[in-house]
Design a protein around this ligand. Structure first.
Ligand SMILES: Cc1cc2nc3c(=O)[nH]c(=O)nc-3n(C[C@H](O)[C@H](O)[C@H](O)COP(=O)(O)OP(=O)(O)OC[C@H]3O[C@@H](n4cnc5c(N)ncnc54)[C@H](O)[C@@H]3O)c2cc1C
Length: 422
């Protein structure tokens, strides 16, 4: 199997994706994959892989599992040891479950059949969801399960190893190890070292999120069961959430703004307005970046592909990212396993993820610019709610709802502004 466009490289890799080449010569790559002559060196009998994946989140493990299932030799490395914490609401849209396979009982925390929307603690508005609704997980257990699936499929795993020096086909870790491969997958999250080291995605739109886990009384948990709450008036350009889990509530706030200095205070104010979470201890407080999809910058260099958050594939309207992480990981794996040109991965991501998320970005910019009015018009409208349900169930794309929502928004919005000004 050969990868088109890569024949200029002299590598020793019998039995790998590449045909045999002069022995033990390894080219190192700098920005954008150019060979840095001074770093050419010889490699003795060390272990090589077809693909190294930096990052064992949903994107990395989805890619690794699929590649290993097709016989590709994969090493997944992660700086954390699993199960590891990850700032996240842990809400999965229903269409992801068939892709990752059935979740074990201890991983599936709860299922949500109702979303309760509100604005700044005002009168709530309930939307009932078709089964299976939103699936709730805790990221430490969910990601650990996906990692085990990848390992069972045949991936080698190295935990507690941070990729510190990353060239296009070589990763040096903080422990001083060096691993080499034919291809490198950057699945290492929003601050992707892989992306930076090969000069990909130089400009990114980053939002921020803060999540916490809150123990509540069994009565409150029972009352909360099956309902996810989303309040749009908690932070500018974003929302606050409370999601039910098996034994507690997961809470948080997220914004598309790159900075929000009082984000912690805003989270506490939000939780103090809710009787079940008022005056409770909010544990495992974790902040993290949300790399929103904002265009179609390139995601591949000669031997490197970016997937998941490393490729900035978070939905700018909802903050959902796990689904796109898994999708992109699998798309990258398929292109690699089939020996197709790497740019086909990027084309597929553009066609199936990014073009649609650009419509989400347009809706987000409209919605979050005037959240109060948008909430009244958008969230409380029966038509808009129908779109939301269909989007969640994967029956609609943002593209298909954009025009309809836009006209709904503009007519009612102009009316509401005009009405007030008149
Ligand atoms: C507060 C918050 C709430 C969210 N809630 C939701 C939600 O409810 N639903 C949803 O779908 N999405 C949510 N998201 C988004 C979601 O968490 C991400 O989109 C998703 O985790 C992306 O998966 P990934 O595999 O690309 O990256 P990650 O899950 O971030 O995994 C990256 C991995 O790379 C490792 N790593 C990083 N650097 C290195 C390195 N140099 N060497 C080795 N390993 C490295 C990290 O340890 C990590 O394990 C939320 C995000 C935030 C911040």
């Amino acid at each position: 199997m050969t990868l088109p466009g890569l024949s200029f490289i002299a590598f020793s890799c019998p039995g790998t994706l590449f045909p045999a080449a002069p022995p033990r010569m390894v080219g190192w790559f700098g920005a954008r994959g150019q060979i840095q002559a001074k770093r050419i060196e010889f490699v003795e009998s060390e272990k090589r892989y077809d693909v190294i994946i930096a990052g064992a989140g949903p994107a990395g493990t989805a890619a690794g599992r699929m590649l290993a299932e097709t016989g590709v030799r994969v090493l997944i490395l992660d700086k954390a040891r699993f199960p590891r914490l990850k700032a996240c609401g842990g809400g999965l849209s229903p269409h992801i479950v068939p892709i990752v396979g059935p979740l074990p009982e201890d991983v599936l925390e709860a299922s949500v059949g109702r979303v309760r929307f509100s604005y700044a603690g005002g009168r709530p508005f309930d939307v009932e969801l078709e089964p299976p609704g939103i699936v709730m997980v805790m990221r430490d257990l969910f990601d650990n399960h996906l990692l085990q699936c990848a390992q069972q499929a045949g991936c080698e795993i190295r935990e507690g190893r941070e990729g510190t020096a990353v060239a296009a086909v070589e990763v040096v870790t903080d422990g001083g190890e060096t691993w080499r491969s034919e291809l490198l997958l950057g699945a290492d999250g929003p601050m992707s070292r892989v992306a930076r080291s090969v000069g990909l995605l130089p400009r990114r739109s980053m939002g921020i999120g803060l999540s916490a886990e809150t123990d509540v009384s069994p009565e409150d948990l029972e009352r909360w069961g099956g309902t996810a709450c989303i309040d749009f008036g908690v932070v500018p350009a974003g929302y606050g959430w409370v999601f039910p889990k098996r034994n507690h509530l997961s809470c948080g706030v997220a914004t598309t703004l790159p900075r929000l200095p009082d984000i912690r205070t805003r989270l506490y104010d939000f939780l103090d307005r809710i009787p079940a979470t008022k005056n409770k201890i909010h544990a495992r407080l974790q902040g993290h970046l949300l790399p929103y999809c904002d265009g179609t910058q390139t995601l591949v260099s000669r031997r490197t592909l970016l997937v998941g958050d490393a490729a900035s594939l978070v939905d700018p309207l909802t903050g959902e990212g796990i689904h796109f992480a898994v999708m992109s990981g699998r798309m990258a794996a398929r292109v690699i396993a089939e020996g197709r040109p790497l740019r086909e991965y990027e084309e597929q991501v553009n066609d199936e993820i990014r073009l649609d998320l650009q419509y989400a970005a347009r809706l987000a910019s409209l919605f979050y610019r005037f959240p109060g009015v948008s909430y009244r018009i958008g969230v409380r409208s029966r038509r808009a709610v129908g779109f939301f349900e269909e989007l969640l169930a994967g029956k609609r794309t943002y593209r298909s709802v954009h025009a309809e929502l836009k006209s709904l928004f503009s007519v009612r919005f102009l009316r509401s502004i005009g009405g007030r000004r008149a």
